[in-house]
Design a protein around this ligand. Structure first.
Ligand SMILES: NC(=[NH2+])NCCC[C@H](N)C(=O)O
Length: 289
């Protein structure tokens, strides 16, 4: 790949890294992985295929990581294990111990594609991609919770400051506790570079202020649908600035987005996304936007 790098959240996505769930998800023990009672692996696979068809229909080219029965059920959430800049990629370090091996899978992909690896997080550093949002191409926001920490932000700054990128950390709350997945992108989904779908009660106050100061337009996701979906109603993926993909069943959230000028495509995501705590953004790692 001679073109790579994604430092925006909603420009038209042309290349994306994904992993179709296979034997690893079929063999997953839901208790071990913190999947809930909606989990149904066969149904999840079918729902994933419908999701992947929507990505294909958007025109984006999908690069596939294989699931060769490595037991990494969460590796389908490709967003989390690496960060791709125009200067090269950074394999991250996972906060969830069961996911420790995933960044090495991404590293192998980058090496095979000839995408330079900018560096590696080390020691105590932790950052998961779901905790990162490009506010603009020079500013990366990171949620600091159970999955990402200050040392991770420090090391990202060391790798990215030389390329004119500043990384800002914001403390996330306890919410569902250590075993649950609460990322920064669980409470903010950019729909365009300046319009975000948000769940205000869980957004760090200092970050809220910053978003207001730079003029981000907020579309509030209805509270009852946030609760009913375990937060997955606002996990929506823009394939371009006027179109996004969300899971089905949350008409008020959909209507709020449509009223703001975004077209919406849906797929059934209960057995896959609501069950496994990750939605359309988590299932994709945009390589080029
Ligand atoms: N970017 C995301 N929100 N990813 C969701 C990951 C869900 C996955 N089960 C985990 O707990 O890690």
């Amino acid at each position: 790949m001679n073109q790579y790098g994604c430092q925006s959240m909603a420009n038209t996505m042309t290349q994306v890294l994904m992993r179709r769930p296979g034997p690893s998800l079929l063999a997953a023990d839901p208790d071990k992985w913190h999947y809930n009672s909606l989990f149904d692996a066969q149904q999840a696979l079918a729902q994933y295929d419908a999701f992947a068809s929507l990505i294909e229909a958007s025109g984006a080219q999908i690069h596939w990581l294989p699931d060769d029965n490595d037991g990494l059920a969460d590796a389908m959430f490709t967003r989390d294990a690496s960060l791709i800049t125009r200067f090269g990629a950074i394999p991250l370090r996972m906060g969830k111990p069961l996911r420790t091996a995933e960044p090495a899978l991404h590293r192998r992909f980058f090496e095979a594609q000839g995408i330079p690896v900018l560096g590696q997080l080390e020691g105590e550093a932790k950052v998961e991609g779901g905790d990162t949002i490009w506010l603009d191409e020079h500013t990366l926001l990171v949620g600091l919770g159970f999955r990402s920490n200050r040392e991770g932000v420090r090391q990202l700054n060391a790798l990215l400051n030389p390329h004119g990128i500043e990384v800002l950390g914001f403390d996330m709350p306890y919410w569902g506790g250590e075993a649950a997945c609460l990322h920064l992108m669980s409470v903010i989904s950019p729909l365009t570079e300046t319009k975000y779908l948000v769940h205000p009660p869980l957004i760090p106050a200092a970050l809220w202020q910053l978003l207001k100061d730079v003029g981000i337009q907020m579309v509030v996701a209805p509270e009852d649908e946030f609760t009913a979906s375990f937060g997955l109603n606002l996990n929506v993926l823009p394939t371009s600035p006027d179109h996004c993909i969300m899971i089905d069943g949350f008409p008020k959230t959909r209507a709020a987005m449509e009223a703001s000028g975004t077209r919406v495509s849906v797929f059934a995501g209960d057995a896959l996304c609501m069950a496994c705590e990750g939605g359309p953004t988590c299932l994709t790692n945009p390589l080029v936007r």
